[in-house]
Ligand binder design. Structure first.
Ligand SMILES: NC(=O)c1ccc[n+]([C@@H]2O[C@H](COP(=O)([O-])OP(=O)(O)OC[C@H]3O[C@@H](n4cnc5c(N)ncnc54)[C@H](OP(=O)(O)O)[C@@H]3O)[C@@H](O)[C@H]2O)c1
Length: 300
């Protein structure tokens, strides 16, 4: 159950939609823990068929059986997806498209933060690879199905940290200089720019794309930093619970008043300020074409 004792004002910010989702198919990436798990739990409670897309099947099965038991919704399915490997992303999409006839909501939630320098299976810097390129490819592979099932929604989970990001086209993979905090910020700015350009391209399709900051949430996100893990523990009382942190994702996924809202950035279930770099259309377009080149795809 969701508790609202940690930050009083969260009560005001709670997604109040009573929307039901029977007959709707939803994918939530990284739903075995944290914000993603709470998002999946809420959408399952509303009756959706929820695909929990995770890299660790054992953890994902544990989360799925907990959600099934709590909500009584047996349509909570686990599928393998490692966003740090384009082969796994393609296999996930291929299996999903073969098995499922419909897709109405795609929640690109999974993320990594403060990783020591490392690369994905395809040689992309880890934050950029998982947080941006992995979700970019996944969205590309599933987009036709979303269009066929429109009205449909794409929800990208970014962060307030996008304010500190830059798209360093001259050194996208941090080979010349690397700072793990900044690498996270860059990838979260990429989420914002991707959403902006995607929404522009999807005009008239009845598929919307929005992006959000979930708040500062007591989750496993800081696991790669000993110091941050301790700070998160010490200040946990002031942080949102994962359930509270999921509210803006849920709001973007189901709120009736957002039916035709697209290309917006939300925080606490309301529109929020996007950094000037997050509003730069030229950078958004360039990032789009560079991402396509890196992934070897044509997305016109
Ligand atoms: N927590 C915050 O304060 C905060 C603030 C702003 C934005 N956010 C954003 O919120 C989103 C969810 O974060 P969270 O706080 O819930 O963190 P979390 O508890 O660490 O959950 C992250 C999820 O992403 C998954 N993941 C990581 N690498 C993956 C990969 N290669 N392939 C597939 N899944 C992968 C994790 O799976 P494993 O468990 O297997 O690693 C986990 O399920 C992220 O996008 C994050 O950037 C969080």
């Amino acid at each position: 159950m969701c508790c609202f004792w940690s930050i009083g004002i969260v009560l005001k910010e709670y997604s109040k939609s009573t929307a039901r989702l029977e007959g709707k198919v939803v994918i939530v990436t990284g739903a075995n823990t944290g914000i993603g798990k709470e998002t999946a739990r809420d959408l399952a409670q509303r009756g959706a068929r929820v695909i929990i897309a995770c890299r660790d099947i054992a953890k994902a099965e544990a989360a799925a059986s907990e959600i099934r038991a709590e909500t009584g919704n047996q349509q909570v399915i686990v599928r393998k997806l490692d966003l740090a490997d384009t082969k796994s992303i393609r296999e996930f999409a291929e299996k999903f498209l073969a098995e499922e006839k419909e897709l109405h909501i795609l929640i690109n939630n999974a993320g990594v933060m403060l990783c020591p320098y490392s690369k994905t299976a395809d040689g992309f810097e880890m934050h950029l690879g998982v947080n941006h390129l992995g979700h970019f490819l996944l969205t590309f592979l599933l987009l036709e199905r979303l269009k066929q099932c429109a009205p449909a929604r794409i929800v990208n989970v970014s962060s307030l940290a996008h304010h500190g990001g830059r798209i360093r086209f001259h050194d996208l993979h941090g080979e010349k200089s690397y700072n793990r905090g900044l690498a996270y910020c860059h990838s979260k700015l990429a989420n914002v720019l991707f959403t902006r350009e995607l929404a522009r391209r999807l005009q008239g399709t009845k598929v919307t794309a929005n992006v959000l900051h979930p708040g500062s949430v007591y989750s496993e996100l800081v696991r790669h930093s000993f110091v941050m893990t301790w700070l998160w523990k010490i200040f946990s009382f002031f942080l949102k619970t994962p359930c509270e942190g999921a509210q803006t994702s849920i709001y973007c996924a189901v709120a009736e008043e957002l039916d035709s809202v697209t290309g917006q950035y939300f925080s606490d279930c309301q529109p929020a300020y996007v950094s000037p770099r997050g509003r730069d259309d030229e950078t958004a377009k360039k990032l789009w074409s560079v991402s396509c080149e890196l992934l070897g795809i044509q997305w016109d």
